[in-house]
Design a protein around this ligand. Structure first.
Ligand SMILES: Cc1cc2nc3c(=O)[nH]c(=O)nc-3n(C[C@H](O)[C@H](O)[C@H](O)COP(=O)(O)O)c2cc1C
Length: 354
């Protein structure tokens, strides 16, 4: 019996297998609007047999975008195209997820094809960034403005409104992006947070904003729909956020109705040494799953069916997320099924290719 192609039920939502397309920015939007690229890109991966496709980091506010090409969900018209995308993905018996994001001090960048460099606030296509503290990610960058009480309330309201729109658009899963050195990570990691108010200092204070936003999102996101949080399990840096901190955070997130921790790492400090190799983040997912007693997703250099199956069999994670491998191969699940000798349904239109 294989696990990779066995279903998983979370609340009222059934994942037909354990294969998930990891959220990946396409940097292809204008003013935050999705277009035909997203329909075809995300739609192909639904045709390809994935259980869940999580859409790229989708900014809850214009200043929360990594770049001016990011997708957004800060106004009602932003969900016109996603409705079409969700409808198509559902027609392929796949689930559609949205990652709700705010990049904080890592916002306001050029597109990767233009070098992905930071854009100064006064430059065309740039804007003033915000964060927990007025500390830039890189020393030579323009510093962010530390969020005051009003700014923190805005972040909370933006997440509430974005979640309501996500529900209206028909998404099945919301994932809060709290990893990779973006806004929530800038609060929970001591390496980015120098606040002296109730959002800084102790562990409880540093995780406060993420917990408050989680409560707000859970409150407006239907009870029967899964809520994921992506975290960076470690800063990979002495004195920074640790896996033990992540376990404690996961316990608190679970109490607030989070169903799964999507376990990534790093991104908060430019100079961290990350031992990137096959499955390098899997042990973090395993530790969080075991010690916080919550479902986890494993991600990071997981490329084959055998590797995925082993992670699941060893009880280290419940879902496997594929990033670059699913860019290389939109039909990854069909190829994984071949590898494991599992009979899965290809789309009727493709039966003769089997
Ligand atoms: C082009 C690209 C864009 C990405 N954008 C996002 C994103 O929007 N949100 C996110 O959490 N991670 C993002 N990531 C990270 C991936 O989701 C994934 O965690 C990472 O690539 C490691 O998995 P992999 O080794 O299977 O690629 C991105 C990665 C790539 C390659």
């Amino acid at each position: 019996m294989n696990i990779l192609f066995s279903p998983l039920k979370i609340k009222n939502t059934t994942f037909k297998n354990r294969m998930v397309v990891s959220p990946m920015c396409m940097y292809s939007c204008v003013d935050g609007y999705a277009n035909d690229w997203h329909l075809v890109h995300l739609g192909s991966r639904a045709v390809g047999g994935n259980a869940l496709i999580i859409q790229e980091a989708t900014a809850v506010s214009p200043e929360g975008r990594i770049s001016y090409g990011d997708m957004g969900i800060w106004n009602d018209d932003h969900i016109i195209k996603p409705r079409e995308i969700v409808h198509f993905v559902h027609s392929q018996k796949a689930l559609m997820g949205i990652q709700l994001a705010h990049a904080g001090r890592k916002a306001s960048h050029h597109l990767p094809l233009d070098g992905a460099k930071k854009i100064a606030p006064d430059h065309r296509n740039g804007w003033q960034t915000v964060s927990s503290s007025a500390l830039p990610f890189r020393e030579d960058e323009a510093p962010p403005v530390a969020l005051d009480a009003e700014g923190i309330d805005k972040v909370k309201n933006d997440y509430r409104d974005a979640t309501i729109r996500a529900e209206k658009a028909g998404y099945d899963v919301v994932e809060i992006h709290a990893a990779h050195g973006y806004l929530f990570h800038q609060f929970y990691s001591p390496l980015a947070n120098e606040r002296t108010d109730k959002y800084g200092g102790s562990f409880e204070n540093r995780i406060r904003l993420l917990l408050e936003v989680t409560e707000i999102v859970r409150d407006v996101w239907p009870d029967e729909k899964p809520l994921f949080v992506r975290i960076s399990a470690t800063d990979w840096t002495e004195g920074g956020w640790t896996v033990e901190d992540s376990v404690k955070l996961a316990v608190e997130l679970k109490k607030r109705g989070v169903d799964l921790i999507d376990t990534s790492s790093g991104g908060n400090v430019p100079k961290a040494t990350i031992p990137s190799e096959p499955g390098y983040q899997v042990e973090f997912a395993a530790q969080i799953k075991k010690e916080a007693n919550i479902l986890t997703g494993a991600v990071g250099q997981i490329t084959s069916a055998a590797q995925s199956e082993e992670i699941l069999k060893e009880g280290k994670a419940d879902l496997i997320l594929y990033g670059r491998e699913s860019l290389r191969d939109p039909y990854l699940p069909f190829h994984a099924a071949d590898e494991l000798n599992v009979d899965v349904n290809w789309p009727l239109q493709y039966q003769r290719a089997k």
